[in-house]
Design a protein around this ligand. Sequence first.
Ligand SMILES: C[S@@+](CC[C@H](N)C(=O)[O-])C[C@H]1O[C@@H](n2cnc3c(N)ncnc32)[C@H](O)[C@@H]1O
Length: 222
Amino acid sequence: MTDSKGWNWKELEGEAKRIWQEPSIEYYYLANRWKNEGFKNALDLGSGLGRHAIAIAKDGFKVYAFDIAIDGMNELKEVSEKENLNIETQIGDMINLPYEDEMFDAIFCYNVISHQDTEGVKKVIGEIKRVLKAKGECYLTLQSKSTWGFKQAWPVIDENTKLKMVPGPEYEVPHFYADVKLIEELFKDFKVLMLRHVEDNFQKREDGYSSSFHYHMLIKKD
Ligand SMILES: C[S@@+](CC[C@H](N)C(=O)[O-])C[C@H]1O[C@@H](n2cnc3c(N)ncnc32)[C@H](O)[C@@H]1O
């Protein structure tokens, strides 16, 4: 299995950083859904600067924020203490979560689990299953093989995984790219409530245009 590597959040500033400080549009639907389900706690897995952890806490859930990157977590802690939010932070590697079995009603995992190789992604999905309560839900995204990055001549880790070689916060961070067949196999132990293929980042580059595609999934533990 490849070495885990988190984001270097110090590489981001200005507008490039600001987009990681506002909740994604999907969050608002999920907050409403999870309140209606009567959920009380949530894990923000791979919390980054904590844009979702903060929003979830403000929406009244007990929140656990987990990430391997210390500098991002320090920024979250600062906001959480200043605003007196109910967030428990923890640094660690998602392939081995430090939480009890069946601890969480909900897990929010936005643009995170693809930062592993194939073996690592399988381990993380196993950890999600372990820490989620029965009938608990997880929203997650996975990089798609339609993404520009999958076609680049970057170092290959395994048939689905490359090391991203673009300067910035995710330089040399592993990227796992999925397709529907792989997804079916990876999530066979869950009920898939929703699966969408989204083009969510469109950029002009020197060598043309590039797009990021992600699979967005809402899964439920039976
Ligand atoms: C694209 S950022 C997303 C952050 C956050 N989910 C959001 O939507 O704002 C990916 C995050 O995953 C974290 N990460 C990558 N590999 C990890 C690992 N092995 N264990 C825990 N966190 C990891 C990175 O450090 C980074 O903060």
